[in-house]
Design a protein around this ligand. Sequence first.
Ligand SMILES: [Zn+2]
Length: 547
Amino acid sequence: MPQTVVYAARRILTLNPSRPEASHVAVRDGRVLGTGTLDELRAWGPFDLDERFAGKVLLPGFVEGHSHVGEGTYWRYVYCGFFDRTDPDGRVWPGAKSIEQVAQRMREAHERLADPLAPLFGWGLDPLYFGTRRMTRHDLDAVSTTRPMGIVHASGHITNANTPALAQAGYLRTDLDHPGIPTGPDRLPEGELRGPEAMMPVLLKLGVDRAAMSGDEVGVRAFARLAVRTGTTTATDLATPIPDEAIDSLLRITAADDFPMRLVPAMHVRGHSAEQAIERALAIRERSTDRLRLGRVKAHADGSIQGFTARMRWPGYHNGAPQGLWYVEPEYLERVYALALQHGVQMHTHTNGDAAIDLAIDCLERALRRHPAPDHRFMLQHCQLADRAQLRRMRALGMGANFFANHHYYWGDAHYALTVGPDRAERMNPCRSAQEIGVPYTIHSDAPVTPLGPLHVVWCAVNRLTPSGRLLGAHERIGVEDALRAVTLGAAWTLHLDGEIGSIETGKRADFAVLEDDPLEVAPERIKDVGVWGTVHGGRVFPAEGA
Ligand SMILES: [Zn+2]
């Protein structure tokens, strides 16, 4: 006889509309057997009553539809972000508030390193907060003129390097003519490298090997600890080279009894022909397990809005910054879409600027004409500047949107004043419009771009407040219940997993977020502060304390 455990809770919010609330949930074989009152659940036969959650509120485990395992792997490097940030062990690192403080943070790490030539890498740099002054190679040369050093920006789309790092990558030349490598009056690179192609040679010299990191055990486990701390039970690694060695490693790591979550990597197309990409996605999909779901594919259309590398329609950037970058050839995108549709592979496309959104919609429209495919659920990731006409086209084509709601808080003031200006800043991440038009959507953190934390993402979509307290786009706010649905069922839909996870109902995986308070009862502006006790994943209990 399989063992049944019945959990009692202060309140269980199931997100199952036919039984939205319960006091108890019965779990057997890692799945939900039933919800209701204790009396209703007795009919399932003998059970153990577990009352440890009697004072807690249970929700479906949160699903992060756009994150990166870098949220775990980056903590071995120097944190250089503007905002205070909690590491996987619960320690809070203070933000660096100026270029000088960033350099000081790097200097401290530099002085601790015994080997004078070992590379040093930092992450989270956010120059938008440092006024008009950009960091140059000379700022980092002030720390060391011999040690190769670099710092990737919070967006992940730009890296700053010092002179030794540029020299090792072969960039210390006066004949560079590359849109991603701005040069100074001396015609040498100033130190900022924009876009993956420009960044990659320097990252490799700095020892940041993303292919190796996609299966790195220390990093993946750190990521999982952050997931438990934030109530997350399923999360994507939404752009990974995921070589075969990484898959072997991930299969082993996720199979461990104490591994607390489900990982959903999306393989990046970079370095593959369209044919190779789809062929490989199909091959690795076969290796999926419950806790490791393989076979999704990611492409990038453009860069980031705050780094001015997103591709914009007329009239471009509000402050007159030059047009952003294309990360993909339109012909390639259309070809990979057509093949993906033909073979039933799901595509996630990074689109920040409205021109990038147009490109993806146009490519999919043409590809669908050649290969009609029901329920493809092609996703536009970030999709920040979609207008209502674009949302209507997305609806017609069967696309979904994953909005970057955290932007209102992390960069909202800059979007209003600098990057896109008031009109477009107020329509960014249009959750309400998507809901009204009928585009399935979720909201995300893009961790490590912003910290993993679905309740913070919910808070952002509900309140749309910037750090200075500006309400950015009242019309696009959504209700708390809608936002909670977005980070559970909504995200599950974007991964074709809504039949398995995203709500607490009979037959679904017993994945719960265990909260200290009721997000439907606290004031909406306090949702981000609701405590997370931990998670239940597949019926296994994981407290955040000691995670
Ligand atoms: Zn991302």
